[in-house]
Design a binder for this molecule. Sequence first.
Ligand SMILES: Cc1ncc(C[n+]2csc(CCOP(=O)(O)OP(=O)(O)O)c2C)c(N)n1
Ligand code: SF4
Length: 283
Amino acid sequence: MITLTESFKVKDLKSDVKPIWCPGCGDFGVLNAFLKALTDLKLDPAHVAIASGIGCSGRFPAFVNAYGFHGVHGRVLPLATGIKLAKPELTVFAVGGDGDAFSIGAGHLPHAARRNVDLTYIVMDNEIYGLTKGQPSPTSPFGMERKASPYGTYDAPLNPVAMVLSYGATFVARGFSSQPRELTELIKRGVEHPGFAFIQVISPCVTFYDTYARFKESTTPIPDDHDPSDRAAAMGLAAETNVQYLGVFYEEDRRAHHAGVTLVQEKAGSDFSLGDLLERFER
Ligand SMILES: Cc1ncc(C[n+]2csc(CCOP(=O)(O)OP(=O)(O)O)c2C)c(N)n1
Ligand code: SF4
């Protein structure tokens, strides 16, 4: 994490591109919390890289004055992993929607989590595909009736927090776009965590599925006496469906992926080269 002595102001971190999200979209709250987290941490934007998938949420990097890569649908984690491996000194973020993360990109999530890639993954979960006009997503609730699912969708939704906990992630949290102060603190903790930090952010889509009222009712902070080093207790909180807990479910210290790769390189020897490797394969 490369920091500055004097921090930038939030307005300096906004790019010249104005968000084209619908007025009231939860993603505005996520962007504001993100910019505040960067300024609070005094992160040098020249050492920040943000990768994104495809979706309304995928537009995120364009609005930030830092390095950005708007990738292809579902491939944000391989992209962000590559950035971190090539330039470990960068603070890396991956951002995208629930469709990008848990449908087309779902196969990448367990591996980024178990490898403990040192990045912060912010999933803006609106329980629907926003960009493509409101089809059900893997987090859409049972029976959701919308224009694109007029008879209701009767698939059981995934539980992202429980899923990522079971993948062995070392930092797992949930925030809400309507609670910017708390969300800023979660993003800061995610960045400071030296490994894979997964943050599910409830971020309603006002145009296709306005869930603000439901989540204002059902969200509550994780109890103060929760021990975030206890994965089983974290699972218990995640399994709770009557309320949606907000805060840090789990945190653990474990060697990050790029540090393990460096170890392998050291073991392979200082005179190791791609040529040597190819030669060994050919033998
Ligand atoms: C390979 C591929 N398949 C499908 C699409 C169409 N597509 C674009 S965005 C999207 C889903 C968007 O939903 P989500 O990831 O939840 O993001 P949101 O728009 O809600 O932020 C889909 C299916 C695509 N762009 N590329
Ligand atoms: S369609 Fe939904 S997710 Fe997309 S910008 Fe509009 S409110 Fe946000």
